[in-house]
Ligand binder design. Sequence first.
Ligand code: KG4
Ligand code: ZN
Length: 346
Amino acid sequence: MRILAIETSCDETSCAIVDDGRIVQSNIIASSKGAFERSGGVIPEDAARQQITCIIPVIEQALEEAKTKKEEIDAVAVTSGPGLLGSLIVGTTTARMIANAWGKPLLGIHHTLGHLSSTWLLHKHEPRSDAPRFPILTLSASGGHTELWLRHSHTRGQLLGRTRDDAAGEAFDKGANLLGLPYPGGPAIARVAAEGNAQATSFPSPLRGVPGYDFSFSGIKTALRTAMREHPEGSTADLAASFQEAICRHLLDRTANALTTYAVREIHLVGGVSANERLRAMCAERCEHAVIRTPLSLHWCTDNAAMIAAAAEFLWREIPNAHKRNVVVNASIPLESAMETVENER
Ligand code: KG4
Ligand code: ZN
């Protein structure tokens, strides 16, 4: 199938055309992140306004780059939640209009299911590589969520743990704000951390000794604030490096822990934070015998429509009536309601 997908859950406006859930014919992303550099985070009304301005040109460009006519599109997919309500409404309204005008089925896709599908994507001019094989342990970490999933198929899985407070990307964003670095914080901290010493400041290991696979980042953020207050002369690079190290260590402590309990074929790191090079390197060290996959392009780690097209294809394959469901915008829907969750399957 050739799917046209739209993703507007936050401050990216994206449209992609993807074949068979894997081959990315085009993936156009317009980001309004630059507008929020100084505010330290997204202002929802401004993000929605940007979505309205960008959406039509982005769709036109995606069709043009894929050299695709509407007759060649089999279905339209759109992120229906979670995300910022105003931004989601712009994407879903546009997708519904296109689907109706062109007479195509419309699928509403959970944003996180998109991230979970991003490791299937391939560049159109590169040879096909083998598809990932289930069962898969997926760490999905972004600005809006941090979850560890044991997956048996695209739509069947067990949520092993999730963050109890901030998301990992949110912790990077708030940490950057404290350090006087621009939004988005993850890339900014990674850049500065490259010049710093990750052992310079010691940070707590959250939830140590607490069984299960939940995450917590508020203690690491508080420790950064304390370190800055107690040592105002401290180097920003050293603090950034130690802070990044603590977040990555916590993410991987929980992931490696799950590996000792569950037999999986692969580990996937997805979501905006999976773009982090230190996280990838630490994962390779900690899980050296595992098959580790991250999205092949950094553009597929952060928000993009290609992953939504992939998720739509897989959802339709596994749930044949998926395209008959109503597309309902829900700004805070958990992934469990879009997945068939399996409890305690090993
Ligand atoms: O998946 P995403 O684009 O949007 C959400 O679904 O939230 O993730 C954005 C988050 C931001 O918090 C950003 O700081 C973080 O991902 N991020 C990174 C990196 N690139 C983006 N965090 C750490 N290292 C990076 N290189
Ligand atoms: Zn995302």
